[in-house]
Design a protein around this ligand. Structure first.
Ligand SMILES: Cc1cc2nc3c(=O)[nH]c(=O)nc-3n(C[C@H](O)[C@H](O)[C@H](O)COP(=O)(O)OP(=O)(O)OC[C@H]3O[C@@H](n4cnc5c(N)ncnc54)[C@H](O)[C@@H]3O)c2cc1C
Length: 489
């Protein structure tokens, strides 16, 4: 197999080891905020809406519900603490896409993709407006993002994407009327961000922002409390009972110590075992790994440029994503996506030395001029991967319970849209959102073990081979593409 730039221009093992030595195993973002504690649910409560899950999905649902009906009693129940899971450990790329990118969206929902794009941009605009209106301190920067090519065949992919979208302009709701997508050749791309690995770039100007993930979760929780939402932490929900609920047409939401009796329930439980049997096979946890550097000095930052501070993703199937933090650290994540037999979420899966070494090595290939930089944090999180690579939505038990999950690693922005869909479904009247094919259809479930494991490992092996073979997809990937299960990042 041909090698990639990350193998051809590998830094020394000693450099990788030195740089990783000071790092601690913890999410930098969660380390960087002071948590506000919320009580445990110790006594029964009755409410209009119970929200399960204290990540972005649950928090947006609770906040939007309270904003539209200030007199409603809204209770949010979280198994551990606000934002501890994916919402407190992600890359902070807050994107307009509701479909995990245009290619995935157009291939799955060709008739409504333009609508999905418009709704996604509006969602991002409304996130920005909320951040501003409620004074969120969450380092929100709407700088756009670059896709970069690090191998010759990827240059053609970017050129094609630019050609197809060359006349794309911002929607009416978007502030800037310049084209959203612009192709940059190697020199132009390296003038933006100085990496010897770049052969081209594609700038998306309007449809992407960066946030401090944990600050966003904590600011959403603050806004919820300000609006009157009651938040309970350390209260895992064990069952949803609708057979003989305490109020007619309602749901008893059981925790170990007490229950919430609610007229309606929204589930924002992401990758964790679904409280609804029908969704137990809908997602698999795939572990994604991240490094964070120390803050760069002025000289170190000058050596790479990056004046536009855009988020960056490279274009292979196994891709890296990286970005600056407000204090000029570099977050560098992605590449390995690791599934563990048995589809469990376990903290022991978060420490994977070989993956952290690989990421550090690829970091120094990307920015060899930063060889004196060290990493302060390394961490991982579980991605709620579903077979169509974008969220699914629905309601159960006669419309009393709604759910949204399966964001497949692109939920920072899309969870707000998912929250609106859940509220629409619970309200029971059709809306533009609930009529979407994307909302009305469901992904194919993953098979039980051992088939899930065999299939996922074969796919991962094939994607790695394609990256080493000019992007050419083998029979496994072509078959998956043909049945709508293929993923081309
Ligand atoms: C390493 C990593 C990097 C990522 N990078 C990006 C990125 O750059 N951009 C992007 O768009 N997306 C990214 N994502 C994905 C993004 O973080 C998620 O899509 C998003 O945070 C999902 O939010 P959520 O609220 O649905 O889930 P979560 O944040 O996982 O929250 C779910 C919550 O539900 C709670 N819960 C579950 N079951 C129960 C129960 N029975 N009772 C009570 N509470 C329960 C959990 O404790 C948890 O707090 C990344 C994810 C990871 C892991």
């Amino acid at each position: 197999m041909a090698s990639t730039v990350f193998e051809r221009q590998r830094p020394s093992a000693a450099l990788v080891e030195r740089a990783l030595r000071p790092s601690v195993q913890a999410s930098f973002w969660l380390d960087d905020v002071t948590a506000v504690a919320h009580p445990r649910l110790d006594a029964d409560v009755t409410c209009d809406l119970a929200v399960v899950g204290g990540g972005y999905s649950g928090l947006w649902t609770a906040l939007l519900a309270k904003q539209s009906e200030p007199d409603a009693r809204v209770v949010l129940v979280e198994a551990r603490t606000i934002g501890w899971a994916a919402s407190g450990r992600n890359g902070g790329f807050c994107e307009a896409s509701l479909t995990h990118g245009e290619e995935n969206g157009r291939s799955r929902f060709p008739d409504e993709y333009d609508t999905l794009e418009r709704l996604g941009l509006r969602n991002l605009d409304e996130i920005e407006q909320t951040v501003s209106a409620l004074g969120f301190d969450c380092d929100f920067e709407r700088n756009g993002a670059f896709d970069v090519a690090t191998e010759p065949h990827q240059v053609d992919w970017l050129r094609e994407a630019a050609g197809e979208a060359g006349d794309t302009v911002a929607s009416d709701e978007s502030a800037d009327s310049a084209p959203n997508i612009r192709f940059l050749d190697a020199d132009a791309m390296r003038a933006e961000v100085a990496s010897p690995t770049y052969r081209a770039g594609l700038l998306h100007s309007h449809d992407s922002a960066l946030v401090h993930p944990a600050k966003l979760a904590f600011e959403l929780a603050r806004a919820c409390v300000d609006a009157g939402v009651e938040i309970f932490e350390h209260s895992p929900v064990t069952a949803l009972e609708t057979a003989n609920p305490s109020i007619a047409d309602g749901v008893d939401v059981r925790t170990a110590r007490a229950k919430v009796t609610a007229r309606r329930v929204a589930l924002g439980t992401n990758v964790f075992p679904s409280l609804l049997k029908r969704n137990l096979l809908a997602t698999v946890p795939v572990y994604d790994y991240v490094l964070m550097t120390q803050p760069l000095s002025t000289e170190q930052l000058a050596s790479i440029g990056w004046h536009g501070r855009q988020g960056i993703g490279d274009s292979a199937n196994q891709f890296h994503y990286y970005r600056l933090s407000a204090d000029n650290r570099i977050l560098f994540g992605g590449y390995d996506a690791v599934y563990h037999y048995g589809r469990r979420v376990r903290s022991k899966y978060e420490n994977r030395p070989e993956t952290f070494q690989r990421l550090a090595s690829h970091f120094f290939t990307t920015f060899p001029q930063l060889e004196d930089v060290s990493f302060t944090h390394r961490w991982a999180g579980a991605i709620d991967t579903c077979s169509r690579f974008c969220a699914f939505y629905g309601s159960a038990r006669g419309g009393r319970i709604a759910y949204a999950a399966g964001y497949t690693g692109l939920g920072v922005g899309a969870t707000r849209f998912g929250a609106q869909v859940m509220l629409d479904l619970l309200a029971g009247a059709p809306t533009e959102r609930t009529e979407l094919a994307m909302v009305r259809s469901a992904p194919i479930p993953f098979p039980p073990e051992p088939l899930a494991s065999v299939g996922i490992q074969a796919t991962r092996w094939s994607l790695n081979r394609a990256d080493h073979n000019q992007g050419k997809r083998n029979l496994i990937l072509k078959t998956l593409d043909a049945v709508g299960l293929g993923f081309d990042s």
